[in-house]
Design a protein around this ligand. Structure first.
Ligand code: SF4
Ligand code: SF4
Ligand code: FES
Length: 237
C-alpha cells in the first residue's frame, strides 16, 4: 500500500507544520486525508467541514499553496508525488490548526450592504423579472456564491490591505445592484465605492480563476467600478 507524506498546520498564527503518514487510496479526497489524521492519528486536530459534496463551502483550506474545497479536491490531482501540504485559508485569522475565524469575511458582506432590501409585502403579487434581461443575466452569473472564502484567501489586495472588502462581498453587492426589486442601490453603491471598495481591486483575476463555483467576481467588480464612475459624474455618490 502506498503512503502519503502529509504536512499539516498545527496551532495558531505562530504554529508550525506537523508531519503525518496517511495510507493512499483510489479516489481519495484531501478532506478524506484530514479526516483520517483526526480519526486515527491525532484526535486533537481541528478542522471544519459539513456537507462533503461541495455545497456548504466550510471545508476550504490551502492545499499545496492553493485555496480549495478539500471535499472536492482529489489527492491525485494535487499531490506532488506523495507529498501534500495542508494549511488554513490565507488572509483570515487562524483559530487553531485548519480552522480560520470567518467573522471579518462576513462582516465585510455587511459593510458592502450585502443584504436584500425589498419594498413589497406578502400582500403584493410576485415580482416579475424578465429572465433574459441584462440585469437578470448579470445577477444569474454571480448569485451561486456559497461564501467559502476561497476567492478572498486568494486575493493579493486583501493581503496588502486588510480593510479591502474583497471579491466575495463585492460580488454579493453586484448581484443586489443588478436585482431590480432591491431598493438600496444608491446606499450600497456608496458603501462599495470607497477606498477599500471596488476601486482597490487590481484585476489580478485570482478570485475568478480559483472560485470553485465558476463565478467571476472580477466581472462584478468591474461593473461596480463603472456604476460608481457614472454616479460620480452625476454627483450622486
Ligand atoms: S465567489 Fe466563489 S470562491 Fe468566492 S466565496 Fe463565493 S463561491 Fe467561494
Ligand atoms: S481581481 Fe480584484 S478581487 Fe479578484 S483577486 Fe484580483 S484584486 Fe482581488
Ligand atoms: S464540506 Fe461542504 S463544500 Fe466541502
Amino acid at each position: 500500500m502506498s503512503v502519503l507524506r502529509v504536512r499539516v498546520w498545527r496551532g495558531g498564527a505562530e504554529g508550525a507544520f506537523q508531519a503525518f503518514e496517511v495510507p493512499r487510496h483510489a479516489s481519495q479526497t484531501v478532506l478524506d486525508v484530514v479526516t483520517h489524521i483526526q480519526r486515527v492519528l491525532d484526535p486533537t486536530l481541528a478542522y471544519r467541514f459539513a456537507c462533503r459534496v461541495g455545497m456548504c463551502g466550510s471545508c476550504a483550506m490551502t492545499v499545496n499553496g492553493v485555496a480549495r474545497w478539500t471535499c472536492r479536491t482529489h489527492v491525485d490531482k494535487v499531490a506532488r508525488g506523495d507529498a501534500l501540504e495542508i494549511a488554513p485559508l490565507a488572509n483570515l485569522p487562524v483559530i487553531r490548526d485548519l480552522v480560520t475565524d470567518m467573522r471579518e469575511f462576513f462582516d465585510k458582506w455587511a459593510r458592502a450592504k450585502g443584504q436584500f432590501s425589498g419594498t413589497r409585502t406578502r400582500a403584493d403579487d410576485f415580482a416579475r423579472v424578465a429572465p433574459q434581461s441584462p440585469a437578470r443575466r448579470d445577477a444569474d452569473a454571480a448569485i451561486e456564491c456559497i461564501g467559502c472564502a476561497v476567492c478572498y484567501s486568494s486575493c493579493d489586495v486583501v493581503a496588502w490591505n486588510p480593510d479591502y472588502l474583497g471579491p466575495a462581498a463585492l460580488n454579493r453587492a453586484w448581484t443586489l445592484q443588478r436585482d431590480e426589486r432591491d431598493a438600496a442601490h444608491a446606499e450600497r453603491l456608496r458603501a462599495v465605492a470607497g477606498d477599500a471598495g471596488c476601486h482597490a481591486c487590481h484585476t489580478h483575476m485570482s478570485c475568478s480563476e480559483r472560485c470553485p463555483k465558476g463565478i467571476a467576481p472580477t466581472a462584478g467588480i468591474a461593473g461596480l467600478k463603472r456604476a460608481a464612475a457614472r454616479a460620480a459624474l452625476r454627483d450622486e455618490l
